[in-house]
Ligand binder design. Sequence first.
Ligand SMILES: NC(=O)C1=CN([C@@H]2O[C@H](COP(=O)(O)OP(=O)(O)OC[C@H]3O[C@@H](n4cnc5c(N)ncnc54)[C@H](O)[C@@H]3O)[C@@H](O)[C@H]2O)C=CC1
Ligand SMILES: O=C(CO)COP(=O)(O)O
Length: 343
Amino acid sequence: MAKVGIMGAGSWGTAISWLLTNNRHEVTVWSIDAKEVEMLDREREHKSKLPGVKLQDGIRFTNEIREGIEGKDFVVLAVPSPFTRSTAQRMCPYVKEGQILVNVAKGIEEKTLMTLSEQIEEEVPQADVAVLSGPSHAEEVGKGLPTTCVVGAKTRETAEYLQKAFMSEVFRVYTSPDIKGIELGGSLKNVIALAAGIADGLGYGDNTKAALITRGIAEIARLGVKMGGKIETFTGLTGIGDLIVTCASVHSRNRKAGYLIGQGRTMQEAMDEVKMVVEGVYSAKAAKQLAGQYRISMPIVEQVNQVLFEGKSPAEAVKELMLRDRKEEHSALPWGEEDTDTK
Ligand SMILES: NC(=O)C1=CN([C@@H]2O[C@H](COP(=O)(O)OP(=O)(O)OC[C@H]3O[C@@H](n4cnc5c(N)ncnc54)[C@H](O)[C@@H]3O)[C@@H](O)[C@H]2O)C=CC1
Ligand SMILES: O=C(CO)COP(=O)(O)O
């Protein structure tokens, strides 16, 4: 049994508190919002963000960040990405040398283009920073429906420690040293999920969705590998696995926001209607900048940016994707023409 702190009491922080308490850990949840803390303590359920998930009596809720960190074997960061850096800054004075911080949020900082673990390391240099990612909608995790995720860490020891802490009969955990690949897959898939939602909102079909997922992972992997991620990570749970669920699931906030945009809402109207964080909106700009910096072609990311920030109509964006330059599927595959010539 471990003592665990969880930073953030939104949909994902709440589901993880339920999951880790089921694994017999002692859980303390911190929220910046005193009203949220008071409500969770009283109701033992987050009715607006994770309805139907009854939180165990043993979970402690606090508005004092120190209480979520001091004496904890590890601390989970589950705040939306725009608040990762500020939360890490608040945490820093209480984090001990080598204390494990595991980030479960998915995003890229717009201003610096840093991944979330890089931000945390910059703000809390004494910490041992790890990540957990994969296909894991809070609504299903909180019901105990089986899924599989990956822990990325700098050492095998930390990765296996966290694997054991999170793993249960409904939550299988793999380990990986590829933190960069895990984080890039987790944040970039949200941009593609916005596109998948837009396609749904326009009334397009399953073929369209499959095409977006397949060409989407090609874009993600092209950039991710150039940035130092491993190709195997992008074909694994935190790459294609998370991309599939986010593009297809009724629970996805990114897909839902995209759907509303495809139906004619503005980006702001869609975000207001979803109510929870729509990370792809923040990652879209960062992804476009990274594509430019690394000279990578990311046509879906480009069109999502134009729809979100330049007022382009979603239907026009799809048309442009369909009619861009004709290409080979994999330009590295040889035709074998030399062979046929010799026969
Ligand atoms: N919801 C899900 O199914 C999953 C979410 N994630 C990721 O986890 C992260 C959090 O997502 P959700 O919990 O769904 O978002 P959410 O929108 O439900 O989170 C809102 C919560 O963030 C906290 N918060 C609000 N303002 C804050 C501030 N200024 N500083 C610090 N904390 C603040 C509060 O506790 C609030 O309830 C995102 O990066 C998301 O991509 C990852 C896997 C699954
Ligand atoms: O990352 C997620 C599931 O693995 C959650 O995705 P959404 O933020 O789109 O709901």
